[in-house]
Design a protein around this ligand. Structure first.
Ligand SMILES: Cc1ncc(COP(=O)(O)O)c(C=O)c1O
Length: 398
């Protein structure tokens, strides 16, 4: 498609995108403006946890839009109070601040930790983060990230984010000094290619941070809201962090994120934090609909089952095509391709009407809707099987 059909050039060119325009979505499927249908195993990067345009979210938004879109962050509104209460009741945290993106929630977590350091730890401000970690694209969250490609960008970085190695507790211990206030990590490093922190490592981190009076911050923007088969990933390890951030799935597709903190860590004072759209009624009504659905025990069990089925089917493909292993948890999984063929597979899948993601050249990442069916998983596996078979044949010819 060209600029004559769609004004592509009017948008800043910030990433390579196929010249396709999507016009409709339903559940696990998207349609473009030519009527072509795509099976979506990206779901807006793990955003549409209930699939495309789920009726419960669409209805909540429509009803709220007709009632009150936003009053002002200077006043309370009912959906934000109800959503905060639901999140507090279902987690180990006591208070919530709503944001509009994951990066903004993480900025809030960084500010909250620094505030805690100023109030309780003699001005300590360093937050130990991890090589390979990803926390967003604002200046501070890029600095907190351990993504190699970010290293040369937008210098100078925000200081105070020394990097440890995932699953290496001694590398964390070695970085602790009198300026340290917190440790922050993704329980599964998504952008880096789906590399999980072990439950054992999370427990060790909790012990180590307690021992040194440090805050433990979990960035559950990708792993939260049922993505790994429990409402929040930290539950797998049986730990209680001090601060958690949520984004992506919590809005079911609309821009909503949250910063949660225990009573001890929740130390913002008036003027420290805020924003025009924070906690507006419209987004919080969507979030409430999502939380009510996703937190149902039967929903979480069936998402966990779907994750196990996807994992076993990917294992089967890996064996059949001589690929590497499958890693991740629940419905956040990666297939190790062993070769840098991720981008080629993604492009061929797109042609075949299958949306896949390759966060690293040698890996595919799968983050379907949490209510994806076995039939849809099988359909994706068959599509990928055909592409891998062709790629294998091409490799043999080459
Ligand atoms: C773990 C993690 N943290 C933070 C972010 C940033 O979220 P957003 O893109 O909504 O700013 C992402 C986005 O991919 C993420 O995966």
């Amino acid at each position: 498609m060209t600029n004559a059909t769609h004004p592509f050039d009017a948008l800043m060119d910030i990433t390579a995108r196929p010249r396709t325009v999507f016009v409709r979505g339903e559940g696990s499927f998207l349609w473009d403006d030519t009527g072509k249908r795509y099976l979506d195993f990206i779901q807006g990067w793990a955003v549409n946890c209930l699939g495309h345009s789920p009726p419960c979210v669409a209805d909540a938004i429509a009803a709220q839009a007709k009632t009150l879109i936003t009053a002002s962050p200077a006043y309370y509104n009912a959906p934000s109070l109800m959503l905060a209460k639901a999140l507090v009741e279902k987690s180990c945290f006591d208070q919530v601040f709503f944001a509009n993106s994951g990066a903004e929630a993480n900025e809030g977590a960084i500010k909250l930790a620094r505030k805690y350091g100023a109030l309780h730890k003699d001005g300590a401000f360093e937050i130990i983060t991890f090589e390979g970690g990803f926390h967003g694209r604002t200046l501070a969250t890029m600095s907190a990230s351990g993504k190699k490609a970010f290293e040369p960008l937008f210098e100078p970085k925000v200081k105070g984010f020394p990097k440890a190695r995932l699953n290496d507790i001694e590398s964390v211990r070695a970085l602790i000094n009198r300026n340290t206030v917190a440790v922050m990590l993704e329980p599964i490093q998504g952008e880096a290619g789906v590399w999980p922190a072990t439950d054992q490592f999370l427990r060790e981190l909790r012990l180590l941070t307690r021992e040194h009076g440090l805050l433990l911050i979990v960035d559950e923007i990708q792993t939260g809201m049922g993505r790994t088969g429990k409402l929040f990933h930290y539950e797998h390890a049986g730990i209680a962090p001090d601060i958690m951030t949520l984004g992506k799935g919590i809005g079911g597709g609309v821009p909503l994120a949250a910063l949660l903190a225990t009573e001890k860590a929740s130390c913002f004072e008036h003027g420290d934090q805020g924003g025009t759209f924070n906690g507006n009624s419209l987004m919080c009504a969507a979030g409430l609909a999502v939380v009510e659905e996703v937190s149902r025990p039967e929903f979480l069990t069936s998402a966990a089952d779907a994750g196990l089925f996807l994992e076993s089917e990917l294992q089967r493909l890996a064996t059949r095509h001589g690929l590497g292993g499958v890693r991740g948890r629940g419905l956040l999984l990666a297939l190790d391709l062993k070769l840098p063929i991720g981008a080629t597979i993604v492009a061929q899948a797109f042609q075949a009407g299958l949306l896949l993601n390759s966060p690293q050249p040698d890996a595919l990442r799968f983050m379907p809707a949490l209510n994806v069916t076995r039939g849809e998983i099988s359909q994706m596996i068959d599509g990928l099987d055909a592409i891998l078979t062709k790629a294998g044949a091409a490799r043999r010819v080459a």
